[in-house]
Design a protein around this ligand. Structure first.
Ligand code: HAM
Length: 422
């Protein structure tokens, strides 16, 4: 146990960190372009926030939360997603009193007790955005376009936007009855979870992974047939804007999403041909959630994307280019005095913004030159006793092996000039 990480978690190792940082750079850059500011909320919240926010009948709340009682007897939960926390922060910090709409983004780990497999983990990372204060269909289309903009900039291919409207409380209550009526005679054939959902929230059955339940619901009426005029009008306008923005989408009337707060727009972005965990992002509108969490009635919409899944897709699609890492200067030293001089020189060059490595192991010259190769250094400075007495060092250009004797006084300028030239 001491040497294994908990199931479903990952170490992000130094040789992988570059691609994470490059991904995060794109996310921060696009956030800025679209006018989003970062918010950082706690990793854990009161359990009740997710029970009420995400919904009692969702898989997340029913089966997947990391919940614990702390020493003060409070029930706390590691955040399974970012929307509920962002809504809580929006209300608690009265962000609704500032200029609207409020556009926020977040980036960080989320926790779900899921069955781990490639692309599905118990600790995973999400980038998400939330917009508060606008009901306008143009923002629904814009958040979808923004997600697609990110994927395109990253170089992802073969994506499809699955789009649906899940209606509002008004049309949903009509639909609910229709769905219950349709399932009534087969109710006993549903899995035990869905039997409970039948009464409390039958639309959730669409989200069940049980094949039997899926078969029973295959021919069921969908919400698309029963949208009220207002929801239908909103949905049509979202599609109109998406078309105008040049974002292709696929209407999927069976898309319900795994969280209960959605009304009207719901969408998911799916990567083709990458296997079971193909949903690389999803989101939708949640107009009642702010009010439900104790704030003023405020519309909201957002989405989140799984960063592990994006990286996996980039890799599977062969898009991820390995970045070659190299340093500017490697300092090789021979003897105690040269070692000290090397330490001082390394600092001096780093102060001039050069990437410098230095031998801390007092290895043989051969081993040090090998290390310089491994680092793909542009130049290696070799300092021995003799060089030290002459106040100079040998500078080797690694590319062609050419060497020059450079005085310590000229070293900085020589390296900067040559490295900039290269
Ligand atoms: P979600 O669909 O539950 O939505 O998660 C969003 C994305 O997170 C998924 O599309 C997937 O890429 C990634 N993801 C989810 N679970 C896992 C997992 N176990 N392992 C790896 N990746 C995972 C939400 O979380 C909503 N809060 C999105 C939203 C924001 N809706 C409105 N605003």
């Amino acid at each position: 146990m001491l040497t294994t990480r908990p199931r479903g978690t990952n170490d992000i190792l130094p040789n992988e960190i570059d691609k994470w940082q490059r991904l995060e750079e794109v996310l921060r850059h696009v956030s800025r372009l679209y006018g989003y500011s970062e918010i950082r909320t706690p990793i854990f919240e009161h359990t009740e926030l997710f029970q009420r926010g995400v919904g009692e009948t969702t898989d997340i709340v029913e089966k997947e939360m990391y919940t614990f009682v702390d020493r003060g007897e409070r029930s706390l939960t590691l955040r399974p997603e970012g929307t509920a926390s962002t809504v809580r922060a929006y209300v608690e910090n009265k962000l609704f009193a500032g200029p609207q709409p409020t556009k926020l983004f977040y980036l960080g780990p989320m926790f779900r007790y899921d069955r781990p497999q490639a692309g599905r983990y118990r600790q995973f990372h999400q980038y998400g955005v939330e917009v508060f204060g606008s009901r306008d269909p143009s923002i629904d289309a814009e958040v979808i376009a923004m997600a697609m903009d990110i994927y395109t900039r990253l170089g992802l291919k073969n994506l499809s936007v699955e789009l649906n409207s899940v209606g509002c409380t008004k049309c949903r209550s009509v639909y609910r009855k229709e769905l219950q009526k349709y399932l009534e005679k087969n109710k006993h054939k549903l899995c035990s979870t869905c039997q409970a959902r039948y009464d409390r929230n039958p639309m959730r059955i669409f989200d069940c992974k049980n094949e039997n339940c899926q078969a029973l619901i295959e021919e069921a009426p969908t919400i698309a047939d029963l949208l009220c005029n207002e929801c239908r009008d909103h949905f049509n306008k979202v599609q109109e804007y998406l078309k105008a923005l040049g974002i292709p989408f696929h209407l999927n009337p069976r898309l319900v999403r795994g969280l209960d707060y959605y009304v009207q727009t719901a969408f998911e972005i799916v990567a083709q041909g990458i296997g079971a965990q193909s949903s690389i992002g999803g989101g939708g509108r949640y107009d009642g959630l702010v009010e439900q969490c104790g704030g003023p009635a405020t519309p909201g919409i957002g989405y989140a994307m799984g960063l592990e899944r994006i990286l996996l897709t980039l890799q599977k699609q062969g898009v991820m280019q390995e970045e070659t890492k190299n340093i500017d200067v490697y300092i090789a030293t021979l003897g105690e005095k040269a070692h000290l001089k090397g330490a001082v020189l390394a600092q001096q060059l780093r102060n001039k913004e050069l990437l410098v490595e230095y031998d801390y192991l007092k290895r043989s010259l051969k081993a040090q030159l090998k290390a310089a190769d491994r680092y793909q250094a542009s130049f290696t400075i070799i300092i021995g006793e003799e060089e030290l007495t002459n106040n100079q060092a040998v500078v080797r250009k690694m590319e062609d092996g050419s060497q020059a004797c450079i005085s310590f006084a000229d070293m900085e300028k020589y390296l900067i000039d040559n490295i900039r030239k290269g």
